[in-house]
Structure formats: structure tokens, C-alpha cells
Design a protein around this ligand. Structure first.
Ligand code: ARG
Length: 258
């Protein structure tokens, strides 16, 4: 084969592959669907949960996530992920955003980027209705406490002197343990405790007045995806302005946000 023919051949192959690469790129942009993969742990009513006998994911966070997706022009796909598996799932790229009543903490801020705060919360205690000894966080010293794994409630309970903290995968299990008498108290987010007492029909439990830690919920994304964080913040602003946020708040809490 002559040198000239050889170089012509090489040139031909180069042009061909360039063309193909171009095609590939074109196709990629064409099929790029705008999907927002949302992760949440579903035993946290009224923020995210499943109504008995239903597979649908409902709650304040779920409505808000869907409204944000719609505002951004994204199709929202929701996944149920264990609470302690949410940040790893985000880091692995299995989900794009966590909308799961996740409190903005210094520790988490080291790993993820949070949206603007979207809900004010705090921790509180549920005990048996006939419990006369536990009235505050201070009284939890040396007691058995049930919490959900990976939560701020778990973290705070572990700081209490001599407390034996039992960590459950779901909140339902923590409340069940209290009902069964296996623990003295459940430490969980105030609105979730309130909802439990209002809706569960558990007449043998009560909520204590002592509330700890003003916490704020944020939606968590990877630090790399700054574009998504900006879009989510803009959508959140818009939903607050156009009354959609208030509507969703009203639906789940029976009142407007203060
Ligand atoms: N706010 C608490 C935290 O960030 C509890 C959140 C639990 N959320 C859930 N979907 N189970 O740790």
C-alpha cells in the first residue's frame, strides 16, 4: 500500500469517527429528559408517608417537591430511601435531591448543599400518658429512648447522660416500641410527634411541652450541582410568592406558615 493511500485511509477514518461523535452528541441532547429524582424516607407524616393500604407517597414534602419540579419543568420521580441512606444515595448519584424533613445542620453542610430553609421545626418528646416522671429533656437522663436512625433526634438523645438510645429504621417502629413499653420515650421532630398523637389514635401517649433546638428543614443536593440548587431556590421563591407554598402548608397543617 502506498504511503499516500495509507494517509488517505487514516484521514477517512478520522473524519468518519468525528462525524459519528457529533451524531452521538446530538442524540444525547435530544433524548436528555428532565427528570428530578427525589429521595425521602417515608415514615415521617405529615411530611412524607404512605396512607394505609396505598403505595402513593404523600405529604407536605411530597407536594412541595412535585410543585418545585413542575415549576422547573422537570418530571418528578420519588424514591423511598432509608433516612441514613439518603446522603449516600445522593453522593452515588441515585437521587438528585433529598426532600425528607432533613434539618440543616453544620455536620451535613460539610457534605451536601442545602436549599434555602423551607420549614421551621424542633425536637420534642412523647411519653406514655401516665408517665409522671418525665417532663423535660433533663428528665431523660438514664432513660430508654427510641429514635430514628441518622436523625437529629438520635444525635441529641445520645448526648443525654446515661440514656440508652435505641435506633430504629423507621419512626413507626420507635412509636411502636413506646406503646409496647420497651422504651420510656420517643424523641422526634415536633410536627411529626404532634401528627402522631392527633392521627394514630394512641390515647396512651402524650406530647411534652419541652421543645429543643430550633431546626430548619432544607432540601439537600450535591455541592457540585450548583445549577440545581439555584433552580430549586428560585422555584421555592416563586411558590412562596404565588401562594402555592401556603396552599400546600394549609393542606397539611391546617394553617399558613408563620
Ligand atoms: N429533621 C430530622 C433530621 O433531619 C429528622 C428527619 C427525618 N425524616 C424522615 N423522612 N424520616 O434528622
Amino acid at each position: 500500500m502506498s504511503r499516500k493511500l495509507m494517509s488517505l485511509l487514516i484521514l477517512g477514518v478520522m473524519i468518519l469517527s468525528l462525524g459519528l461523535a457529533g451524531c452521538g452528541q446530538k442524540n444525547a441532547t435530544k433524548t436528555e429528559s428532565k427528570v428530578l429524582k427525589v429521595g425521602a424516607e417515608m415514615t415521617f407524616p405529615p411530611f412524607e408517608f404512605q396512607e394505609e393500604g396505598s403505595k402513593e407517597y404523600v405529604g407536605f414534602d411530597m407536594d412541595l417537591a412535585r410543585a418545585i419540579g413542575k415549576q422547573m419543568g422537570y418530571e418528578v420521580q420519588i424514591q423511598n430511601v432509608g433516612f441514613d441512606g439518603l446522603i449516600p444515595a445522593l453522593e452515588a448519584g441515585n437521587i438528585d435531591i433529598i426532600v425528607s424533613g432533613m434539618s440543616i445542620t453544620e455536620e451535613r453542610t460539610k457534605k451536601v448543599a442545602f436549599s434555602k430553609p423551607y420549614y421551621k421545626s424542633g425536637l420534642s418528646i412523647v411519653v406514655k400518658a401516665d408517665n409522671a416522671t418525665i417532663k423535660s429533656f433533663k428528665d431523660l437522663e438514664g432513660k430508654n429512648i427510641a429514635v430514628q436512625i441518622g436523625t437529629t433526634g438520635a444525635e441529641e438523645a445520645k448526648k443525654i447522660k446515661d440514656a440508652k438510645v435505641r435506633e430504629y429504621n423507621s419512626n413507626s417502629e420507635a412509636y411502636m416500641e413506646l406503646k409496647a413499653g420497651g422504651v420510656d420515650a420517643v424523641v422526634n421532630d415536633l410536627p411529626v410527634n404532634e401528627y402522631y398523637l392527633a392521627k394514630s389514635g394512641d390515647k396512651n401517649a402524650k406530647l411534652l411541652g419541652d421543645i429543643m433546638n430550633a431546626e430548619e428543614y432544607g432540601m439537600a443536593m450535591t455541592k457540585k450541582n450548583t445549577e440545581l440548587t439555584e433552580k430549586v431556590n428560585a422555584a421555592l421563591d416563586e411558590l412562596k410568592k404565588n401562594g402555592e407554598y401556603d396552599k400546600i402548608h394549609m393542606k397539611w397543617f391546617g394553617k399558613k406558615a408563620q
